[in-house]
Ligand binder design. Structure first.
Ligand code: C5P
Length: 224
């Protein structure tokens, strides 16, 4: 049996991609599968936490005791996550939220044969869920962000930790085998607010999740 060291703790996780529809047939998204987030949800649940999972499309089945909230777009994810945020002692934003959404074409399908001309789509910026939480978080709430990066993991992670007012930032390498989107393993650089930082080799995502919770546990227990 897993240690019940998160009993009494409410954990909120955002996971998976978001979809930003252009018309009823087309959307803008990214290759996230939600596997890292699902590993975090499962680990927290096994360890006794009350877990809320705000899931983008395509996130796999989660343990039956987890409270799952399915959403599609970044705007919906923002609303669902913010409604749950206040009650969570630990929030982990692992979702690959689309930073931009195409200006919607409308309720009818854009017809490709209307003209042979190339066309332009305008994008609008989506709300940043992690940054909003960083501004609103209260004493005793822990906030963890992820960063998908192709290079300079350490630098980007430290900058993002500060900019989004998070307590921990986990940078994972994308664009390399054995890490990032749709991979079973993840190679991460972890840094926290106290300045503790570690580089982990490619590990199975469930193990990365377990270790992240181990790292956060003392601070969670302190603020309990
Ligand atoms: O700025 P960037 O997108 O690289 O930051 C990644 C982190 O911010 C992740 O934790 C992601 O879940 C979160 N994020 C968010 N809302 C956005 C964009 C990113 O919560 N609109």
């Amino acid at each position: 049996l897993a240690p019940q060291d998160l009993a009494g703790v409410t954990v909120l996780v955002t996971l998976g991609p978001t979809r930003e529809f252009f018309d009823p047939a087309r959307f803008w998204s990214n290759p996230s599968t939600g596997l890292m987030g699902a590993s975090l949800v499962t680990a927290a649940w096994l360890r006794g936490a009350t877990v809320h999972a705000v899931c983008g499309p395509g996130v796999p089945d989660l343990p039956p005791g987890v409270q799952r909230h399915d959403v599609v777009s970044a705007v919906e994810m923002h609303a669902a996550a913010m409604a749950l945020f206040e009650q969570a002692q630990l929030t982990i934003c692992s979702a690959a939220v689309a930073d931009f959404a195409p200006e919607p074409y409308g309720a009818s399908k854009f017809k490709k044969d209307a003209s042979d001309e190339p066309f332009t789509v305008s994008f609008v910026r989506n709300p940043d869920i992690l940054a909003t939480m960083g501004q609103e978080k209260a004493l005793g709430q822990l906030l963890v962000g992820f960063a998908a990066e192709t290079d300079n993991l350490e630098l980007h992670a430290q900058a993002k930790l500060a900019r989004k007012n998070a307590d921990m930032l986990v940078a994972n390498r994308i664009g390399a085998p054995g890490s990032g989107f749709a991979s079973a393993t993840n190679a991460v650089y972890v840094v926290d607010r106290q300045g503790r930082a570690e580089q982990w080799p490619g590990l199975p995502k469930p193990e990365v999740a377990w270790r992240l919770l181990d790292w956060l546990l003392p601070e969670l227990q302190r603020s309990a």
